[in-house]
Design a binder for this molecule. Sequence first.
Ligand code: BTN
Length: 257
Amino acid sequence: MQNNTFSTLFIGQNLIKLSSVDSTNNYLRNLTSSNSEPLPEGTVIMADHQFAGRGQRGNVWHAAPKKNLTFSVLLKPNFITAEHQFLINILVSVAINVVLAKYVPLGLSIKWPNDIYVNDKKIGGVLIENTIVGSNIKQSIIGIGLNINQSVFEDELKTSAVSISQILQQDVNLMVLLNEICVQLEQLYLKLRLGKEKTLQELYTSKLYRLNQIAKYIYKGKVFDGVLEGVSSTGLLRIKPLNDDVLEFGFKEVAFV
Ligand code: BTN
């Protein structure tokens, strides 16, 4: 184990810092499959620079080197069933949200399933890759990308991305923030392990982007107006179209306009 000064019991105690890697998720997955000794739960891989960072839906994750947080966390939540794997999305997005709220008190939300937003701009994204054995989750590789000290984004992200330093007009210490996220993640994970998923689910719902607002969505190429009411126990997005009953949507089925 590499030593560090994080104030946690296990998340981030084995911290591997890389200057450059394709993707911290790939690196962590390779480590879990090649190590003869099992990698400790809570192992964190962080990189100054990812040259092939991966996002959801096969997208590329762009992050200027040394300006942002790009890291992956290994959890072994074998107490969570495959059916309830969305609990990990909830855990991670709530933990990030709680920490970032100390820096950005206004306009922070979680855009389903786990994008972190400030008003209408994305400040962070999460890529969760679970390994399921039988009916439970054997391991979860949780990749987190947060825009921290990047002051300029490339053209295609200019209108959709934002960083903490753009909001605060000052830089934030990346390692301090990483420690805070590990602490929060660990606290909520231990709660989850004690069966307190309801509290977490309620926190998640209360932070949802567009909760209880009338807004436009696209389903099968058609735009409709609806009110986002929350998520189902398996993580489906619940939207009530105006003049219709509530519908539940899976990831990729519905898009926010
Ligand atoms: C998204 O919103 O599309 C998810 C972005 C996830 C990016 C992080 S950065 C660290 C980890 N390594 C990756 O290749 N992706 C995740």
